[in-house]
Design a protein around this ligand. Structure first.
Ligand SMILES: NC(=O)c1ccc[n+]([C@@H]2O[C@H](COP(=O)([O-])OP(=O)(O)OC[C@H]3O[C@@H](n4cnc5c(N)ncnc54)[C@H](OP(=O)(O)O)[C@@H]3O)[C@@H](O)[C@H]2O)c1
Length: 373
């Protein structure tokens, strides 16, 4: 049996679902791959439980899951201690072959991830923020541009779920790039919430009404501006553009949110009350697009012209008869137009969010990592 040591940062929705799926799949992984995941450390924002030698027992792990489900800190666990330095956790708990999995939502994990890579450990990210940091950090994490080490390092960092959750977006992009294919254009929608909103607008509903419904259904963040601002979609576009080999920063992405900057300073309640002010604008936008035979989508577009990349995110009128134009509902979609996939693009579509689908994608990365050298 191959024992795979795993250190996990983050026990929120995705982290807990990942642990649950690993426990539930123990027999399957043992019988199919001769694999057993051995958790050597579990960390939340301020505390950790560590068992470097034998790994945590399933009972100790279940107790940690129960605590986190109740919203408590791991400090309350019988093995719990405070942590303010994830690198120290990696140092103490890591052994050769360790996989560090980042299911947090902070860029504070970057030093520990770099430290893990310097130790030749492997890293799996659900967390986008390390990859949307400065280009220099991205390069150090992925060793982009270092052709000598690149093939080896591709095998040491996986980030499949950072774009499109469990959908194989990054793997597909990486395969196209590795084959020498040239990607000329990427058009995608990477937010189920904004997909829901655009479908509602297309059906003739008012902007304020659909945003309020999405908020009530829990589709949006508690502050809907976190979705409507488009920054999360921009992060995904940046990860894709960098994955295509382009060098750019967040500031190079043109991000157009769905509300004016003036509404930034309002409280959440004031913002919700002010939404009807935007209804007429979006009715006009939808009508203008329809008059041209188009539909409105919240799209991320990466366009490469003569080697120069332009990346934008925002409400976009797209031809009805395209994969993006035909999309409705909350699915994510990415259309990749390349030398070999043109004029018809390579299209990936499906559920692009949700803690369980995301955790399943992370687990696939972890299992694949077990067998890469
Ligand atoms: N949910 C989705 O559908 C989805 C899809 C794709 C990707 N993702 C990404 O997956 C990641 C996790 O998402 P989530 O929904 O599980 O988030 P979440 O519920 O907010 O959980 C975040 C976890 O990270 C922990 N954390 C925060 N700062 C930390 C630090 N400095 N060191 C260690 N742990 C730290 C938090 O600790 P406490 O418990 O102490 O607060 C919490 O357990 C995010 O980056 C998200 O963008 C999510």
């Amino acid at each position: 049996m191959m024992e795979l040591p795993v250190i996990l940062f983050g026990l929120g929705g995705v982290g807990r679902s990942l642990v649950r799926q690993i426990l539930d799949n123990r027999l399957f992984h043992a019988e199919t791959y001769g694999l057993r995941v051995r958790f050597v450390a579990l960390c939340d924002s301020r505390s950790a439980i560590i068992e470097p030698t034998d790994g945590l027992t399933d009972e100790e792990i279940e107790a940690a899951l129960a605590l986190k489900k109740e919203g408590k800190s791991l400090a309350h666990h019988e093995l719990g201690g405070s942590q303010d330095d994830l690198s120290a956790i990696v140092d103490i708990a890591g052994i050769p072959g360790t996989v560090v999995v980042d299911c947090s939502a902070t860029e504070q994990t970057v030093p520990a991830l770099l430290f893990a890579l310097s130790r030749d450990y492997k890293v799996v990210l659900a967390n986008k923020k390390p990859l949307t940091n400065q280009q220099e950090v991205y390069d150090r994490l992925t060793r982009a541009g270092d052709t000598r080490d690149a093939p080896r390092d591709l095998a040491r960092l996986r980030w499949e779920t950072t774009v499109g959750a469990g959908l194989p977006v990054i793997a597909t992009l990486t395969r196209l790039v590795a084959s020498g294919d040239t990607i000329q254009r990427v058009a995608g929608t990477f937010s189920g919430t904004l997909g829901f909103l655009m479908t509602g607008l297309e059906a003739g509903r008012l902007f304020s009404e659909v945003v309020r419904e999405a908020h009530q259904l829990g589709y949006t963040e508690p502050d809907p501006r976190d979705d409507l601002g488009g920054v999360d979609v921009a992060r995904k576009a940046l990860i894709l553009a960098r994955g295509m080999g382009h060098r750019l920063e967040m500031k190079d992405i043109e991000v157009k949110g769905l509300y004016p900057p003036l509404m930034e300073t309002l409280t959440v309640a004031e913002f919700m009350d002010a939404l009807p002010q935007l209804d007429e604008h979006y009715q006009d936008e939808v009508a203008r697009a329809a008059a041209e035979g188009k539909v409105l989508r919240y799209a991320a577009t990466i366009q490469v012209t003569d080697g120069r990349v332009a990346c934008s995110v925002g409400p976009t009128a797209v031809e009805k008869d395209t994969p993006l134009g035909r999309l409705s509902g909350t699915d994510n979609l990415i259309a990749l137009y390349s030398r070999w996939y043109s004029p018809n693009p390579l299209v990936i579509q499906g559920r692009g969010a949700g803690v369980d689908a995301t955790a399943a994608g992370v687990l696939s990365d972890v299992v694949e990592m077990a067998y890469t050298v």
